[in-house]
Ligand binder design. Sequence first.
Ligand SMILES: NC(=O)c1ccc[n+]([C@@H]2O[C@H](COP(=O)([O-])OP(=O)(O)OC[C@H]3O[C@@H](n4cnc5c(N)ncnc54)[C@H](O)[C@@H]3O)[C@@H](O)[C@H]2O)c1
Length: 477
Amino acid sequence: MATHALDRHIALVGFMGAGKTNRGRELAARLGRRFVDVDWRIEADAGISIPQLFAGRGGETAFRSRECKSILEALSLAEPAVLALGGGAVTTKQVRDALRKSACTLLVEIDLETAWERARGSNRPLAQDESEFRKRYEQRAPLYDEVADGRARDRDGLVLAAAGIQLEPGALERLGELVPGDGPVEIAADAHVAGIYGMEAQLALGARVRGLHELPPGEEAKSVGALERLWRDLRLDRRGTLVALGGGTTTDVAGFAAATWLRGIDWVAVPTTLVGQVDAAIGGKTAIDLSAGKNLAGAFHWPVRTVIDPALLETLPDEELANGRAELVKTGLLAGEPLWELPLADAVRRSAAFKAAICLRDPHDRAERAQLNLGHTFAHALEAAADFELPHGRAVALGLLAALRLSGLDTAVVEEQLHPQPVSVDRDRAWAALARDKKAENGVPRLVLLEALGKPRLGVELPPDEIRAALDSLIAG
Ligand SMILES: NC(=O)c1ccc[n+]([C@@H]2O[C@H](COP(=O)([O-])OP(=O)(O)OC[C@H]3O[C@@H](n4cnc5c(N)ncnc54)[C@H](O)[C@@H]3O)[C@@H](O)[C@H]2O)c1
């Protein structure tokens, strides 16, 4: 049972004054979806305002039945949209049932005092009497809880919730509540991470846990052999959920195991590295490596939930943090925001929401998701020429340097934040690897560059000499 909005309508619910209309409009723009405000539709259809409808024949009861009809119509739109519902819509059982069946329902949270401050003095028919208002708030709270797949207060929170991402320090302790459904659960964990967080994860999952499978730490987890051992050990039936606990290598292989086991079962990603929390565990790409290349066998299989607990980064070695920081700088350049200046937990949240929005807009990597490759064409070429002995963050730092230079932009941010150092690799091998890049056409790489900070340009073709010179400038000696 998915908690995300991929291929589903997003319905925003919440009490009066929560800002569902403004937030809904912003969310729709961010996800490239149509926005439908149900109250506006009702007013347009009736030709009179909601206060007039409440005051007219049949009062609130007649209004609720109009509202229900309008919501059911909106939910039957073929293209997934963002709908903002009136505060009292959830009091109708038919609406609650329809939301559970065909929408990802997100509660826009607001506390009672703020709601009253915003609603008092307005012409809202149900905000005329303070004690009635307070009573109604208490009565509706359980109805919102009943329908909500996720909840949020701000813009990034809504995007994260729409992507099925629960991000909070201490989330690991709540894993039992956060893994949807009530079927059996098995954990696939990086062996090293299992030693640190495996017990806590199992305790949090309680009686649902049927076993923990250890995967080799690092890229070895993404081998055919490691995947085969995992398949051999899995006992889950189709009601089961596989929880992936570890960095990007773990979520990649466990996600792929879930995509293929019994032709696809649910999985939950619990990323424990910075790379995993801002990148690898978001967007549904799963893969293993083959001898012919990295990530060659894989599937798009979005986790039913992603649980990001920034507190898990406390035990992460500095070198692994540096790998993630390179991705944070990349995201900041794409977003046009200095994410690298934020405290780490805030940077993780902004960055995860940025990637989640792009992936919700382009889940199968057919268009704008390509921007996430900024700097990576060069990075992959250097890694291949170094037989993958080069830390990914170091390669990405160099790749970003080349991308900024070719974009004609200032490279100070990359230099100050990531201190890129030229690497000693064979120049011809690096060039050959770059020409083999997945994004190359007829041996000419198509690059992601920036027009300006926050303005990516995709599929840029440059003269091969210029690209080769940029690559050479990253190589020592
Ligand atoms: N699917 C995607 O969209 C996507 C995106 C980016 C990267 N990736 C993949 O991610 C992989 C890299 O992931 P990674 O950088 O997370 O590396 P990783 O999974 O290899 O983890 C790095 C190391 O950190 C250790 N570790 C993990 N969490 C820890 C913690 N909390 N405390 C202490 N040690 C911890 C692990 O044992 C491991 O040795 C690559 O295979 C890459 O292809 C996938």
